[in-house]
Design a protein around this ligand. Structure first.
Ligand code: GLA
Length: 406
């Protein structure tokens, strides 16, 4: 079997052509437009978004596209190039757990916009989906789908899509994922998919909602950020993610704070927790938030190589204190460090999915080779590598200029 080592970003217009072709073949006629949203990688700030922490993700040059046509009834029809599993149904019947599977990410967006009174009944949608974001790799293909579709709905119904409008859409996407798809995720992924900027990471304060673009230029220091997809599927709709979230809520109740961000004295807080497991979980969150600020400071001073140590500390904390790593992720991180990476860590929700490595340009081949060898030696799935160029947020691709108002 041939193994694909590098997954090159597909030209966005090629992805759009494919989704339009699918749309025509299934629904007939043409779509009203094509919208696109990126997958993301989180540089640092892991498992802290739902704790009111700081996160520093950026958009990847891998995108999910949707071709959408509005309908004059309450029906939603969804089809994707990635699965035979199609869904169509009445939007008034969307509820937690219904529809099941991937269509929940689409249906949930309309449900949330209707529930908040932003959109009224009487408009449905035909939706075709095609994505170049690897699915199940912890690179937020589901948030990309929600955001591309939310932007389509906004455009087609004449809702604002400026920065303020986007915050409303982000909230709808988060509710779709939490309440309809049943994944209790924190909101980082939807926010970066909607607000990212090329050449920048997005510093998001999940307590205040404030955002700031932080320039990142690894090449200026002869560095390169590799995304390593371990090919070990990562699942958010299972219990582990929710367990971690629940553990933090319990710790907050014990500490008498609303979120861990409200803690001023970390040592006192850790000393007052009774269960050793709570101490570990909270320690991860408090130290990780501090690491995000330190990374931002180093980036501001263009001290790229120094960021590496903080990435590696983040991994150790996620592995040992938060316990969300996996043998595949540890293998990739250890191998990257052995081969000369400045730093490496798992990224995203964990339990499989992807890692990242900050590597001096002249060590890239050695790192790739060592990561592959280490996986093969342990009989793990063969990892693949992705480009990590900080890219654009969700936007309408076709038509390029047009306004709808229904
Ligand atoms: C997933 C979730 C995010 C975030 C990360 C961990 O990607 O969707 O909200 O919690 O895990 O940092």
């Amino acid at each position: 079997m041939t193994v694909r080592t590098w997954v090159d970003p597909v030209d966005v217009h090629a992805v759009a052509d494919r989704v339009e072709a699918l749309f025509r073949s299934v629904f007939g006629g043409t779509a009203d437009g094509v919208w696109v949203a990126p997958g993301r990688v989180n540089l640092i700030g892991e498992h802290v978004d739902y704790a009111g922490g700081l996160v520093l993700p950026f958009a990847l040059p891998y995108v999910t596209t949707v071709a959408v046509r509005a309908r004059d009834d309450d029906q939603l029809h969804c089809v994707s190039t990635h699965t035979e599993e199609r869904w169509h149904g009445d939007l008034s019947e969307v509820a937690p757990g219904h529809p099941p599977g991937w269509a929940a990410y689409v249906a949930g967006v309309v449900w949330a916009l209707r529930d908040s009174g932003t959109v009224s009944a009487g408009t449905g949608f035909d939706v075709a989906v095609h994505s170049s974001v690897p699915v199940g790799s912890g690179l937020s293909s589901s948030a990309a789908l929600e955001c591309a579709f939310a932007l389509a709905v906004a455009d087609l119904l004449g809702l604002p899509t400026d920065a303020d409008g986007r915050f409303g859409l982000i909230a709808a996407c988060i509710r779709a994922e939490n309440q309809i798809a049943g994944a209790s995720t924190g909101g980082m992924d939807q926010t970066v998919a909607m607000l990212a900027h090329p050449g920048h990471a997005l510093l998001l304060d999940c307590s205040s909602g404030a955002t700031r673009l932080v320039p990142i230029d690894f090449a200026s220091a002869n560095g390169r950020l590799l995304v390593i997809d371990t090919n070990a599927p990562h699942r958010l709709v299972d219990g582990q993610y929710g367990n971690r979230r629940a553990a933090l809520e319990k710790a907050c109740a014990e500490l008498g704070v609303e979120t861990l961000r409200d803690i001023d004295d970390a040592d006192a807080a850790l000393g007052s927790l009774t269960a050793p497991e709570s101490v570990k979980r909270v320690r991860h969150v408090l130290t990780e938030i501090r690491r995000v600020s330190e990374v931002v400071e180093l980036l501001t001073q263009a001290r790229i190589a120094d960021v590496g140590n903080l990435l590696t500390s983040s991994h150790l904390s996620l592995r040992d204190d938060y316990e969300v790593s996996s043998v595949e992720l540890d293998s990739a991180v250890d191998a990257a460090l052995e081969a000369g990476a400045w730093g490496a860590r798992m990224t995203g929700g964990g339990f499989g999915g992807s890692a990242l490595a900050l590597v001096p340009a002249d060590r890239v081949e050695a790192v790739v080779e060592r990561v592959l060898r280490s996986a093969a030696r342990a009989s793990l799935p063969t990892p693949q590598f992705l480009s990590a160029e900080p890219s654009r947020s969700a936007h309408r691709l076709r038509p390029t200029s047009c306004r709808w108002s229904r």
